[in-house]
Design a protein around this ligand. Structure first.
Ligand SMILES: Cc1cc2nc3c(=O)[nH]c(=O)nc-3n(C[C@H](O)[C@H](O)[C@H](O)COP(=O)(O)OP(=O)(O)OC[C@H]3O[C@@H](n4cnc5c(N)ncnc54)[C@H](O)[C@@H]3O)c2cc1C
Ligand code: SF4
Length: 477
């Protein structure tokens, strides 16, 4: 373990953030890990628990106490090796993971948790700086050909794991660039895109082939893939957005899904020209973001950087307490009120309201809201036993409405329907140990689990790869 008295001696320190006035002037990353010596002090806070709940809380089961200890002792290369043994892409998770390991950390029972995410990012970035990150050598090729459809975190981790054991992997991506939501969902201010390019270059050097503008079921047929590859892994994400079809006037100008808006800004950050006729611009507008989560926050941060007149976020659920409910004890993910870095940049947040109408002629001008009252205590997901407050309806100005209500499931039209794959009750692809109803086709990531996190997608891709590896070995007797 680190220093036995470390967590008593040293307070938790957060990563340094550029001041709001400065960071909203551009789309650059604004969070920087601390200097090495200070990160070592943070690692010294780790108690090396006998039962490390951080490891339980981490979807890829990172060996957190082990790498903390290496960092504390200054053995960064060993820390790097330990980190890479469970996580293919710590440079992504170190930047944008909500870090479920941290609220699960034992220290958070009485104190602030160990700064695990910051330590993770510091390890991987030091490894890159020192030149320790090299393409993995693949000692032999099995002759087995595997197609991975989709280049998000699930597809990338599956591709890397399968390639490592000698299978020949080709990744097909319908978009013009690789990375899935890392590329076109998450804004640069959270994850600059050279970080993805750096990893893709390594994976290419490892022998993985990438094909962009390759839309399976559209410009490349699934039959072609089935004939050319032994196994096909679908990692196509959960792209069907939840909409507002229940609201009259939902087709007015100025109403867009979050991903339309975020994709355009990410394209522009890449240097692409978005045609002014289709460009969704928040400049000088009253922007309303409908819904929460990472996507909602990304819309807020992007609108502020584009120069919105005002940004308001409205949510149906009530404002959460600052302390956990008794029904939500440690080490579970805490259902408490938080403020994302984008919300902190200047956004009004309205809770416990329904959206009841859209006003305007051909263009949205205002949103009709209705205040509601929730019962006391924890509200479970899907619970709807609120009461409408009498005379609690009012309008707010809105000339750009960004819908961020989550995602229903993977897109069924095209590939999924062509394959006739079985789905679960929520419309996600039904799998048995990652194998779909078509024995040649496997699936992982958000496509199977529903919209989730980068770290869960990485884990899902890894687990699917491991199942395929075992299946191939079992077939070879
Ligand atoms: C705006 C936004 C912000 C987010 N921020 C965070 C965050 O900060 N932290 C976090 O942990 N999670 C975040 N998430 C969630 C996270 O990004 C996803 O859970 C994760 O990317 C899912 O990975 P995936 O590989 O399953 O799918 P995706 O990342 O969605 O990748 C799927 C890929 O498949 C491709 N594809 C689909 N169909 C085909 C086809 N037929 N042929 C070829 N290619 C195809 C798509 O183009 C896409 O590139 C965010 C999500 C959104 C929408
Ligand atoms: S739970 Fe916290 S203190 Fe315990 S080993 Fe994990 S990071 Fe260290």
């Amino acid at each position: 373990m680190g220093k036995p008295t470390g967590f008593i001696e040293y307070p938790r320190e957060e990563m340094e953030k550029a001041p709001v006035v400065e960071r909203i002037q551009n789309f650059n990353e604004f969070e920087k890990p601390q200097a090495e010596a200070r990160v070592k002090t943070q690692a010294a806070r780790c108690m090396g628990c006998g039962i490390p709940f951080c490891n339980w809380g981490c979807p890829v089961s990172n060996l957190i106490p082990e790498f903390n200890d290496f960092v504390y002792k200054g053995q960064w290369k060993s820390a790097y090796g330990t980190l890479m043994s469970t996580n293919n892409f710590p440079e992504f998770t170190g930047r944008v993971c909500p870090a479920p390991c941290e609220p699960a950390c034992t220290a958070s029972l009485v104190e602030k948790p160990i700064s695990i995410k910051q330590i993770e990012l510091s390890i991987i970035e030091k490894a890159f700086r020192e030149g320790w990150v090299k393409p993995n050598k693949v000692p032999y090729r099995t002759g087995m050909k595997i197609a991975v459809v989709g280049s998000g975190p699930a597809g990338l981790s599956a591709a890397q794991q399968l390639n490592l054991v000698g299978h020949s992997v080709t990744v097909f991506e319908k978009s013009d660039r690789l990375g899935g939501l890392l590329r076109y969902g998450i804004p640069d201010f959270k994850l600059e895109k050279w970080v993805i390019d750096r990893r893709i270059s390594l994976m290419e050097a490892e022998g993985i082939t990438f094909k962009t503008n390759a839309h399976i079921g559209e410009n490349i047929s699934i039959d072609e893939l089935k004939q050319s590859f032994d196994f096909i892994c679908l990692c196509c994400g959960s792209e069907k957005p939840r909409g507002i079809s229940h609201l009259e006037g939902n087709d007015k100008k100025g109403i867009h899904f979050a991903m339309e808006f975020l994709t355009q800004q990410n394209q522009e950050n890449h240097g692409d020209q978005v045609h002014p006729k289709v460009k969704i611009n928040a400049k000088d507008k009253h922007v309303v973001v409908l819904g929460g989560g990472d996507t909602g926050s990304d819309c807020i941060g992007t609108s502020i950087r584009q120069g919105a007149k005002s940004v308001t976020q409205i949510q149906i659920h009530k404002e959460l307490p600052t302390e956990r409910y008794d029904s939500n004890p440690w080490p579970l993910w805490p259902k408490v009120q938080t403020t994302s870095s984008s919300q902190a940049e200047g956004c009004e947040r309205i809770f416990s309201v329904l959206t009841t109408g859209i006003k305007g002629t051909d263009k949205i001008e205002a949103l009709e809201l209705q205040k509601i009252q929730w019962p006391d205590g924890e509200i479970k997901s899907g619970q709807r036993n609120y009461e409408v407050i009498k005379d609690g309806n009012y309008d707010i100005p809105c000339d750009l409405l960004l819908i961020s209500l989550g995602f229903e499931h993977a897109i069924h039209e095209g590939l999924v329907d062509q394959l006739g794959l079985e789905k679960d009750a929520r419309g996600n692809i039904k799998v048995n140990n990652f194998r779909t109803s078509d024995p040649q086709i496997w699936a992982a990531g958000d496509m199977v689990e529903g919209a989730n996190l980068i770290v869960t997608a990485i884990n899902s891709g890894r687990q699917m790869a491991s199942t395929i590896k075992k299946f191939i070995i079992s077939q070879q007797g």
